[in-house]
Design a protein around this ligand. Sequence first.
Ligand SMILES: Cc1cc2nc3c(=O)[nH]c(=O)nc-3n(C[C@H](O)[C@H](O)[C@H](O)COP(=O)(O)O)c2cc1C
Length: 176
Amino acid sequence: MKKSQISPSGLERVLKEQDFIVSKTDLKGRITYGNRAFADYAGYTEAEFLGQAHSLVRHPDMPRAVFKLLWDRISQHQEVFAYVKNMAKDGSHYWVIANVTPSYNVAGELVGYFSVRRRPNAKALPAVTALYKKMRELEDVPDAREGMRLSAEYLAAQLAENNTDYDRFVLALEAL
Ligand SMILES: Cc1cc2nc3c(=O)[nH]c(=O)nc-3n(C[C@H](O)[C@H](O)[C@H](O)COP(=O)(O)O)c2cc1C
């Protein structure tokens, strides 16, 4: 089934506490590795996911501005922590807290990216869901660039109001 034909079912799968979902990508975000948990939660076989863009598991509720922040960070050789709602092949979703890092070869050249995800603190999800919902609403305009700008601006304003940045916001929610 093509990704574009999958619609969210509304069913949630909660990660088991001991599960770590690991994947690697090339510089363009195409999947070069996924562990067993990745295949299991996403519902794709290795043959189906290898070489695909990582947006294979993108859920439509996820704001584009969050992925922009993620790519801005990692392409500048920094790591990022983010809450991500992912969509499996059957339309169900699973929330993760992801750590995404750049990956280097022995010559120190950036060769791809690496991500480890685990179960987020359930207490964090209402605040994250509300934030992402508002951001998605702002992005839902005919001019995608303008939508992205408004959404990123909203996120920045929320973080500034709380005197924090995205990573500290995420880590504070995890500690709730
Ligand atoms: C290592 C790595 C892991 C990623 N993991 C996810 C993920 O679990 N879910 C997701 O929706 N996007 C993930 N992304 C971001 C995607 O590459 C993509 O930017 C995002 O799905 C938005 O898709 P779009 O750019 O086609 O709108 C990851 C990117 C990298 C580099």
